[in-house]
Design a protein around this ligand. Structure first.
Ligand SMILES: Cc1cc2nc3c(=O)[nH]c(=O)nc-3n(C[C@H](O)[C@H](O)[C@H](O)COP(=O)(O)OP(=O)(O)OC[C@H]3O[C@@H](n4cnc5c(N)ncnc54)[C@H](O)[C@@H]3O)c2cc1C
Length: 292
């Protein structure tokens, strides 16, 4: 189908984008990679009055470590997350995730900011960002505020962002050595949305005891789910087979999938158990410096 008519603006600065958002009414929308928004418009599930295209705002496109954080500009493309040597070396959970999102065409256009702002429970980056304990920087003409990942994702297709705010940056804490992460996704065929997905990030002290665990679940609830009880169960323990199995079970308990064309709910719950266990093992290998 063809989208309903809309106005279009392409600001070159953030301050121009803020002005446009404030003056163009509640039905205006930010356009980033267009990989979720344009399909929604073509299906006429959304009919924004104006698109504010942020693709020419160069200051939103970067990937760097600074002041204790990996900083990902909102306009950074998925392909850059997938191919960056820094990410592969120090944040492999993010390259795992990006490489499993859709197909190369979508990854060439789709942005990190768009993937999280869309808040589709089946999108892959939210689970990873929850596991990483990431923060999101929201900016408007009134200033900026920082939102923790666990507060950012409010419900299906709903975030904590206000209409006049633009997500400008995703911040991932730079964890000390002894930290490892992994993202595993079960899909019907390559390039599909997840049947279920699990992001895991763990930190270990010198004797291998877990000091922090983050676990985010994809596509098994109305929004991304943080498996809080599973995280708590790991802290203070070594990642033995028994501890891993117990945490995987708690992660499965935290999931609330529904039955659909991707599978029955009880199958998805079982898959969360399997994926959590495998992701913990891979994260552990990476944390102790082994190949994974
Ligand atoms: C065939 C296909 C398969 C896909 N498979 C997957 C998959 O397996 N896994 C997965 O995770 N995703 C998948 N996607 C979705 C894809 O990853 C999208 O790119 C992503 O969800 C949205 O990013 P975008 O930059 O294209 O955002 P857009 O489509 O431009 O925008 C999406 C939403 O976010 C808002 N937005 C965008 N940027 C900002 C910002 N900086 N501040 C505030 N609001 C903003 C927009 O207003 C809009 O509401 C798939 C898409 C397609 C077309």
């Amino acid at each position: 189908m063809i989208p309903a008519p809309f106005e279009y603006s392409s600001p070159k600065t953030l301050s121009d984008a803020f002005t446009l958002l404030e003056t163009s009414g509640p039905d205006s929308k930010i356009l980033a990679g267009g990989q979720s928004l344009i399909p929604v418009m073509k299906l006429r599930l959304g009919q924004p009055s104006r698109l504010i295209d942020i693709n020419n705002i160069q200051e939103l496109s970067y990937l760097r470590e600074a002041d204790g954080y990996l900083r990902i500009g909102a306009l950074t493309r998925m392909v850059d997350l997938e191919s960056s040597d820094l990410i592969k070396k120090k944040y492999p959970i993010i390259s795992d995730t990006a490489s499993h999102i859709a197909d190369p065409t979508v990854r060439n256009m789709g942005t990190a900011g768009g993937n999280v702002s869309h808040a589709d429970p089946a999108n892959d980056l939210p689970g990873t960002m929850v596991a990483l304990g990431a923060e999101f920087v929201a900016a408007s003409s009134k200033g900026t505020r920082v939102i923790k990942a666990k507060d950012f994702f409010v419900d299906t297709f709903t975030t904590d962002l206000k209409h006049e705010e633009i997500l400008t940056e995703i911040r991932v804490p730079m964890y000390a050595p002894g930290t490892g992460g992994a993202y595993l996704k079960l899909e019907k065929r390559v390039g599909d949305f997840a049947i279920a997905g699990v992001g895991v990030q763990i930190s270990l002290d010198n004797d291998g005891t877990c000091t922090r665990a983050g676990i985010g679940l994809t596509a098994v609830g109305p929004s991304v789910i943080e498996a809080v009880e599973a995280e708590k169960a790991l802290v203070g323990k070594k990642l033995t087979e028994e501890a891993t199995r117990a945490a995987a079970s708690l992660a499965s308990d935290a999931s609330t999938p529904t039955s659909d064309l991707r599978g029955p709910a009880d199958y998805k719950k079982e898959m969360i158990k399997v994926l959590t266990s495998r992701a913990l093992k891979r994260a552990h290998q990476r944390a102790v410096g082994g190949s994974a």
